[in-house]
Design a protein around this ligand. Structure first.
Ligand code: ASP
Ligand code: MG
Length: 405
């Protein structure tokens, strides 16, 4: 089988782990598989590089920051390739550029537009293991663009699609996808499989197991992803089109996120154009908005609330006075200490009782719900961030996730 194996930062955090990764790759090759390796930067080195940049420049130039950040992955690439060669396996370390990862868009927010996979394929055909830098590519002007935090997963999936690989393996410091974060819920269970759409909701709602754009891309091309441990030999979780079992109308997992802020624009005159006038300036400033709720209007005045990540709140607050003036709203309020919990499962919205059960479980735990949002396969409640762990435990118990399957 042709497989792209991606190793995250924790899995390549030091020399021992790098040798361990090389040994694992070698074992797969001895079993007859062809392997392409994609790596993240060692440990927390991306964070360390950002800290370093901020010491030199309070507001680093985006081009040079991407220049700096791209070096993190290059370190891992070189070390993994060296370790393989020392074990007698031909290998070649490749930067994002050498591997033909072509991206477009803004710095730190690059998107892969295509993969020119000829070099990687040629190395593979020559019997060398390509070890590729995750997280970045170059645009048409050969400028470096990083693809967003955690996006090495996306590099791996894009390469797998371009090479026609049988699957992508995301090798991590966890053994797979769990019904909830095991650090919060000790009885959380590892799932045998999960559908793309469920995984995408979990990833978008706060699970850090997989980068959401990687899941999206895999789903478009129907590429199976195995989430598995890089440390121990244990069956992982397969992300694919359909689960093996009849899983409709079942909660599969609980996602949570403690990084939510909210802005409410009060008493906006209800007329065409207010949403545009509020959200266009935010989008132009690169702020992504998550949940949006507009109240039904009373006396032609309405309240409009949206959520965003806490890191973007200051930027949004700077824009709000101008926005409020434009839409004729007398005031706005903000809250920077929120979080969210979601139940996810194919078909739950069309089935009876899930919402009621979720609200009951939160009520019984004494947790106030600030906002509610839904999709076809998800129910999300925005709550006080300090209560998020309690909420996750309450929902895991209420939906009997420790015993399901
Ligand atoms: N090293 C990058 C980050 O920490 C990319 C990744 O880990 O996937 O965000
Ligand atoms: Mg990382």
């Amino acid at each position: 089988m042709l497989v792209v194996q991606k190793y995250g930062g924790t899995s390549v955090a030091d020399a021992d782990r790098i040798r361990h990764v090389a040994g694992r790759v070698l074992k797969r090759i001895k079993q007859g598989d062809q392997v392409i390796v994609v790596v993240s930067a060692m440990g927390n080195s991306t964070d360390d590089l950002i800290d370093l940049a901020l010491q030199v420049a309070p507001d680093p130039d985006p081009r040079e920051l991407d220049m700096l950040l791209s070096t993190g992955e290059q370190v891992s690439v070189a070390l993994v390739a060296m370790a393989l060669k020392t074990m007698g396996q031909e290998a070649v370390g490749l930067t994002g550029q050498q591997a033909g990862i072509i991206a477009q868009g803004r710095h730190y927010q690059g998107r892969i537009s295509r993969v020119e996979a000829d070099r990687v394929r040629a190395e593979l055909d020559a019997g060398r293991v390509p070890v590729v830098a995750g997280y970045w590519g170059v645009n048409e002007d050969q400028e470096i663009l990083t693809l967003g935090r955690g996006a090495s997963d996306t590099t791996a999936v894009a390469l797998a699609v371009a090479l026609g690989a049988d699957r992508c393996e995301n090798c991590k410091d966890v053994e797979g996808v769990y019904t909830a974060d095991p650090r919060i819920v000790p009885t959380a269970r590892k799932l045998k499989d999960i559908t793309y759409e469920e995984m995408l909701e979990l990833a978008t709602q706060g699970s850090t197991v997989m980068h959401n754009r990687a899941v999206e891309l895999a789903s478009v091309y129907n590429l199976p992803i195995l989430v598995t441990s890089s440390m121990v030999d244990a069956p992982g979780t397969m992300i694919r089109q359909e689960s093996e079992l009849e899983e409709r109308n079942r909660v599969r997992g609980i996602a949570h996120d403690t990084d939510v802020a909210k802005v409410t624009v009060r008493r906006v005159p209800d007329k065409p154009g207010i949403a545009t006038n509020i959200f266009e300036p935010l989008a132009e400033a690169g702020i992504s908005v998550d949940t949006i709720v507009q109240n039904s209007s009373e006396g032609n005045l309405t309240d409009l609330t949206f959520t965003l990540s806490r890191g973007d709140l200051r930027k949004a607050e700077a824009l709000m006075p101008v926005i409020c003036e434009k839409v004729g709203a007398p005031e706005y309020t903000t809250d920077g200490n929120l979080g969210k919990v979601s139940i996810v499962g194919v078909g739950i919205q069309t089935a009876h009782g899930y919402a009621a059960k979720m609200f009951r479980a939160l009520f019984d735990a004494g947790i106030n719900i600030e906002l509610i949002s839904t999709s076809e396969i998800r129910l999300t409640c925005i709550i006080d961030s300090a209560r998020v762990p309690d909420a996750v435990r309450a929902l895991h118990a209420a939906f009997e996730l420790e015993t399901a399957d």
